[in-house]
Design a protein around this ligand. Structure first.
Ligand code: BG6
Length: 503
């Protein structure tokens, strides 16, 4: 066993109940992740997978459909024996929150199944449904007593988006917390399932050399970039009502921001880590609408080419309004009001239909203070960045200056890079394995707590309000396959800074 390696915990026997089992998420991610857990012996010995469908479907039809999905989306070659063992226990139950009787029947069915499979009454309800179904389903589960913890555990897994603004997120939290306790809710953000994202805390707190310089005395600013090549595709209806800011910032980008910016937690447990994360999000300075307009850029793509693929105008996408002002690109400048980060801007950007897929956090250190080397002005030195990257490669890179060999002192920027794949052999995964396993063992460190979600929405609310009021004014059109709106460069250049160019 390597230094610091801990043995994985075997989950308790349980019923894994999936709402929305006929949908894309269940087929593409949840079942392939369960398969990967089965292949690595991380599922409970006694497990029953229950799919809840609104329209009647036989067990055989559901199993068949999930098997097909698994073959299409598995991240590793499918071993038929393991897949069959997992899927043979799938049961389909029909239930629709619009028909309360169906939930009473579901409860009885579930009781019988659990008795037969000896899963002990532990239940995980996974809501792989559109967000408007979260509450109606939870209410029915609550009414029928299926969420009550009287001995066996009951857990509710909720996907994103969690609310559409601060008010709706607060309302959803309030209503869910009337039905279950906070420790029973697992609000998923799939970014926390990524190894490189989980590694941010290890990088910061398992090494002695980073933390002393991880503050306003040494860091000039932080850039968080999540760029995507794909356009909106077949998600026009969801995306047009959502936009880049809601889709990515209060959740994924803020997860990255909070892990980079949080204070050291006292312990590595769910309470301490989530409290520190929520605190730093709550410390993001609330901007007035005017400040929000000045400190943000939004763009929408028009048709273009990415490689050989033609991308059509966002406004011509199916289910997108032809006069839509929804942003497909957002860039923000934020500041964090605390002792560690006062005066250190955090620049965030995310967008669709861009040149490349790239996810990185670039921490820019302050320049060397004076030009000791004749002929090399300090502003001509290459910049010092620590770059934590998830896409295109999982890596950590340190950029620094070095002397070019030769009789004169010539200085050039170089990079030192650690790539995960050079050190560790990990089977490709969906990114959901750790998250699902954690739900089953009851560890919610990688899930969002109510206060964290609300702090995230609170920080973006001024931008949502300001953009809504501004309408089409300020919405910059950029070509698909480009680097995004020009104004995103201006957001930094007016502070004498620029976005890091990919290495
Ligand atoms: C999802 C968003 O949550 O995250 C998508 O809804 C986005 O629009 C996706 O494409 C990005 O995830 P990843 O892991 O590919 O960076």
């Amino acid at each position: 066993m390597a230094v610091g390696q801990v043995k994985q915990r075997q989950p308790d026997p349980c019923a894994f109940v999936i709402f929305g089992v006929t949908g894309d998420l269940a087929h593409r991610l949840v079942i392939p992740a369960l398969y990967n857990l089965a292949a690595t012996n991380l599922l409970p010995d006694k497990l029953c997978v229950v799919g809840i469908a609104r329209k009647g479907m036989s067990n055989a039809e559901l199993t068949d459909s999930l098997f097909k999905g698994l073959r299409q989306f598995a991240t590793r070659p499918v071993d038929d024996a393991i897949a069959r063992h997992l899927l043979q226990c799938v049961t389909c139950i029909e239930a629709d929150p619009k028909d309360p009787d169906s939930f009473d029947a579901m409860r009885e069915h579930l009781d019988r199944l659990e008795a037969a499979r000896q899963t002990g009454g532990n239940r995980l309800f996974y809501l792989a449904t559109p967000p408007n179904a979260f509450l109606p389903i939870s209410k029915e589960l609550g009414r029928t007593g299926m969420l009550a913890e009287n001995g066996p555990w009951r857990r509710l897994v909720v996907e994103k988006p969690f609310g559409t603004d601060l008010a709706s997120a607060r309302a959803l939290n309030g209503e869910l917390l009337d039905l279950v306790e906070e420790h029973q809710i697992y609000r998923i953000d799939h970014y926390l399932g990524k190894e490189t994202v989980q590694n941010i805390l290890v990088l910061r707190f398992a090494n002695g050399m980073f933390e002393p310089i991880w503050n306003r005395n040494h860091i000039d600013h932080v850039q968080i970039t999540v760029e995507e090549k794909l356009g909106v595709g077949h998600r026009g209806s969801f995306y047009d009502a959502t936009g880049a800011l809601r889709d990515m910032v209060p959740n994924h980008l803020f997860q990255l921001l909070s892990l980079v910016a949080m204070e050291p937690p006292i312990r590595f447990d769910a309470h301490s880590v989530r409290s520190e994360k929520a605190d730093v999000l709550a410390a993001i300075q609330t901007q007035s609408e005017q400040e929000a307009l000045r400190n943000s850029v939004r763009g929408q793509y028009c048709g273009g080419k990415i490689g050989d693929t033609e991308i059509e105008d966002y406004r011509k996408t199916r289910d997108v309004r032809p006069d839509s002002t929804t942003e497909t690109y957002a860039a923000l400048k934020l500041t964090i009001d605390n002792w560690r980060w006062a005066g250190v801007p955090f620049y965030l950007r995310t967008g669709k239909a861009l040149t490349a897929k790239r996810t990185e956090i670039a921490i820019k250190f302050k320049q060397a203070p004076f030009a000791m080397f004749r002929d090399t002005a300090v502003d001509r030195l290459s910049q010092n960045y620590l770059v934590i990257s998830t896409e295109p490669t999982e890596s950590i890179t340190l950029q620094f200056n070095t002397k070019v060999p030769g009789p004169t002192v010539n200085i050039d920027g170089v990079e030192m890079t650690f790539r995960y794949r050079d050190y560790f052999k990990a089977e490709p995964s969906t990114g959901y394995e750790t998250l699902i396993h954690d739900c089953m063992i009851g560890d919610n460190i990688l899930f969002q707590r109510a206060d964290g979600v609300e702090a995230g929405w609170q920080a973006v609310q001024p931008f949502l309000d300001a953009w809504k009021r501004a309408g089409v004014t300020g919405l910059e059109i950029y070509r698909a396959g480009s680097e995004g709106p020009e104004q995103a460069n201006a957001l930094l250049s007016r502070d004498g800074r620029s976005w890091r160019k990919p290495g």
